[in-house]
Ligand binder design. Sequence first.
Ligand SMILES: [Fe+2]
Length: 187
Amino acid sequence: MGPTTTLRREHDELCRVINAADRKTELFTKTRQIDGDWVRSFVDFSRRYTEDFHQAKEERLLLRRLRERAPAETLGVIGVMLAEHRGGRVRMDRLLDHLPAAEEGDETAVLSATEQLSAYVRLLEEHIAQEHNVLFPLAERVLAEDDVRWLERASAEVELEEFGAEERARLDALAVYLADDGDGDDR
Ligand SMILES: [Fe+2]
């Protein structure tokens, strides 16, 4: 186990959902119709899994410990990572703003909502690439073994105390539903 093993595994799950969202943006653009149920489930997953679970662990645990261990070296990259997390939250808010009209069949709202979803997908793809190419190698270089043990323990506490087995299972099932495009077609 390294300091980023669990986070990397969570990125795999995130990427499957993000790839499905990318396919949805093509479909919504082509048909000028939006699948409101799928989008609401996607926003639920983004809020609960991506933000409250995965990014919260990055912000409260990994970035915090990195800041303590190597403040000068990590300052810039931490600022960028936090700004991108905030950027994702704004995209989800705007997506929800357009959703009611889009579900009513307003084509302009469909395209606006799709634009937000598409921007979110690009943001997350680039963000995850940045974490893999810059942040995680930095963490693997800077953090010592006792940092890794602390990260593992604190991560397990977040999972257990703030989420619990039931919510984790719900989010895993939600990820499968979303990655299958919500229709059981496992591409
Ligand atoms: Fe991440």
